[in-house]
Design a protein around this ligand. Structure first.
Ligand code: ADP
Length: 266
């Protein structure tokens, strides 16, 4: 249908009110339609590159009639993995954006979980010449959370910290219980890196899907551009929020605020 119709509103009577409501509705419909169109365009764009790489390599192998060399198989496998991750991320994101993400919240010792997560990414940090450490002001720190989903939040943010911090840098993960903010009590997790940072004017777009500060750089490092968007939705679903502070060439701090559960508020 044509969503560009606009009923002229020139009377203050019932007809005028109906016309105004109609125009407001059309506006919102058009916004939703634009968002849907953008998403489809973004997804098509993201799928195109890995698919065309795979197509080219396979066609090449077919034409030369030779068996596919192992390093090419490896490369093809990488692209398939990337596509799989992208599809999985898109699935979570579409559920979250539709408000249909179901959480399985249970009391979770977040300090223990974080220590485990830091341990899990240590090897990747090592490989990149980075030091990563974990600090907790008290233990245990219990929050109501969906363990699997909240783990994804921290993995997404920490993977970025590793990706966007040059060799020799340092990443610190700090968990603090009972932080007062906006007159409510939160459990806060700060992930501080000494990396390349993010320019101030880019900070507002950071949580938009497929947003990358510098496209070429990010594609090279293999991200999907969905990590922060997903983290944002998952934390919101838990009743929390994320803040970010950054200084180009100095580093970035992401802080996740989760409401302190009744389990640690007594
Ligand atoms: P990607 O998969 O591209 O990393 P994200 O949604 O996870 O997508 O992040 C969006 C963009 O934010 C990244 O492309 C990068 O430019 C920037 N970014 C995220 N985390 C950091 C960080 N710790 N330091 C510098 N830039 C970052």
């Amino acid at each position: 249908g044509d969503l560009n119709v606009k009923v002229p509103v020139d009377s203050k009577d019932e007809y005028g009110k109906v016309a105004k409501t109609f125009n407001d509705m059309t506006f919102r419909l058009r916004e939703a339609e634009d968002a849907r169109r953008r998403l489809v365009a973004d997804v098509a764009h993201e799928l195109r590159t890995p698919l065309s790489i795979m197509q080219l390599k396979l066609e090449n192998a077919q034409q030369t009639g030779q068996s596919v060399p192992p390093e090419m198989l490896l490369r093809l496998h990488d692209e398939v993995i990337r596509l799989g991750l992208l599809v999985e991320d898109l699935h979570v994101l579409s559920l979250a954006e539709a408000g249909r993400l179901t959480l399985d919240c249970k009391p979770l010792d977040l300090s223990a979980r974080l220590e485990q997560i830091v341990d899990d990414v240590k090897m990747e940090a090592d490989d990149n010449g980075l030091e990563i450490s974990f600090y907790s002001n008290t233990r245990p720190i219990t929050v109501m959370a969906d363990a699997r989903r909240i783990t994804q939040v921290f993995i997404n943010i920490l993977t970025n910290a590793i990706r966007y911090t040059p060799e020799g840098g340092k990443i610190s993960v700090v968990i603090e219980d009972k932080v007062l903010d906006l007159n409510a009590v939160y459990t806060c997790v700060s992930m501080i890196d000494t990396g390349i940072g993010i320019p101030a004017d880019e900070l507002t777009h950071l949580f938009d899907r497929f947003y990358r500060v510098e496209k070429a750089r990010s594609r090279h490092t293999g991200g999907t551009g969905l990590g922060l968007s997903i983290a944002h939705h998952l934390v919101r679903a838990h009743g929390g929020f994320i803040r970010v502070e950054s200084e180009p060439d100095q580093g970035t701090t992401f802080t996740v605020y989760l409401p302190s559960g009744k389990y640690n508020n007594n």
